[in-house]
Design a binder for this molecule. Sequence first.
Ligand SMILES: [Zn+2]
Length: 169
Amino acid sequence: MRIVKNGDVHVSAPIGIPKSEVERFVEEHRDWIAKARKKTCESQQRRADFYNQLPLRTREQADDALRRLKALIEPMVDRHSKEMGVQPSSIYYKAMISRWGVCHIREKSICFSAYLLLLPEWCVEHVVVHELCHLLEPSHNARFHALMDKFFPRWKEARRATIKCVKFY
Ligand SMILES: [Zn+2]
C-alpha cells in the first residue's frame, strides 16, 4: 500500500484475494494512511513554497528573472566551456520544475531552469558544468562522472546540497 502524489491510496494485492479482505486491510491501516497523506501533502507544499519564491507571473517578473539568469549563468558557461573545450550553440531558459537543466546534444543547445536563481551559486555552477559535460558525454556513465570529477570535483556534494534546497526549504 502506498500514497501517490495527489494523496490517493494505491493498494496492490495478489490475484484471488477477495475485495472484502483488501477493504478490511485498508480499514485497519486508517491511521497510517492519514499520517502518510499528511506527510505527502506537507512535502508537496514545501516544494510549492520553494518554487513560489520566484514569481514569474508578470512580464516584469519574467524579464527581471531572465536578466538575472543571464548575468549569473553566462559567465559560468563562458569560463567552463573554455576550460572544457566545448562550445554550446545556444543557451536558453525556461520555468522548469522537473529538471535544472537539459542538454540537447544534437543541437548543442542547453536549457536551464529559471529556478536556478533560488539555489546557492556553487549549486548553479555544478548544474552548468553537468550540462556542459553532456556535450562531451551524453549518458550519465563512468566517463561522465570522470569528467565531472575533473571539471567540478565537488559535484557530489553540490548535487546533495541542491536536492536539500528543495526538500528542506
Ligand atoms: Zn545529465
